[in-house]
Design a protein around this ligand. Structure first.
Ligand code: RP5
Length: 184
């Protein structure tokens, strides 16, 4: 009698990394910018969500204050390179999302980060309080804000991309199924 081999069950982290490597080869549609390498532990959440849905990301450390020329060059060339929207995360006096929105017509999602003594309240106000005419869609402070910015970006792309829509629906379904009925 043939013995059926039990397929090795993949751990969630392995699954995510498999999806991420599948997306790695994809053309970037979302640019994820952050003011410092130190922002990556928070901003990684946005990239993880998008890559898990098969959306290619171009991830860059670009500071509005410390690398203004790098910023200008990248943002002004992004649309021609296939970028459809930006996610910008920064802490302190967070001008990255605002100055990005100032020089591109593409949508800009801003993520305020809690890097300073003010725990991100400074970055939140700097990101959300844009003058009329230059919008930045601003998310919550820190990692959960980055995660939601990734999900929001996916929802924007899903309107014209059935594969992203499918991935987003599956994400929601899985999330709902993971919520227990009781806390104990
Ligand atoms: C901001 O300053 C960055 O976005 C970062 O959140 C913060 C601190 O940067 P580092 O001093 O850690 O490079 O511009």
């Amino acid at each position: 009698m043939a013995v059926k081999k039990k397929a090795a069950k993949q751990k969630p982290a392995q699954k995510a990394s498999a999806k991420a490597s599948k997306a790695r080869g994809k053309k970037a549609r979302v640019a994820v910018l952050m003011g410092s390498k130190s922002d990556w532990p928070s901003m990684e959440a946005a990239v993880e969500v998008l890559k898990g849905m098969g959306v290619g990301c171009d991830v860059r450390v670009i500071s509005a204050h410390r690398t203004p020329e790098r910023h200008h060059k990248f943002v002004t060339g992004a649309e021609a390179a296939g970028i459809e929207l930006f996610i910008c995360g920064a802490g302190f006096a967070a001008h990255l999302a605002g100055v990005t929105a100032a020089i591109t017509p593409l949508p800009v999602l801003g993520v305020p980060l809690d890097s300073s003594a003010l725990n991100g309240i400074d970055a939140l106000l700097a990101t959300v309080q844009m003058p009329g005419g230059i919008p930045v869609a601003t998310f919550g402070i820190g990692k959960s804000g980055a995660k939601n910015a990734g999900l929001f970006a996916a929802a924007m792309l899903a309107g014209s991309d059935p594969s992203v829509r499918k991935a987003l629906d599956a994400y929601r379904k899985k999330q709902t199924a993971s919520v227990p009925e009781r806390p104990f």
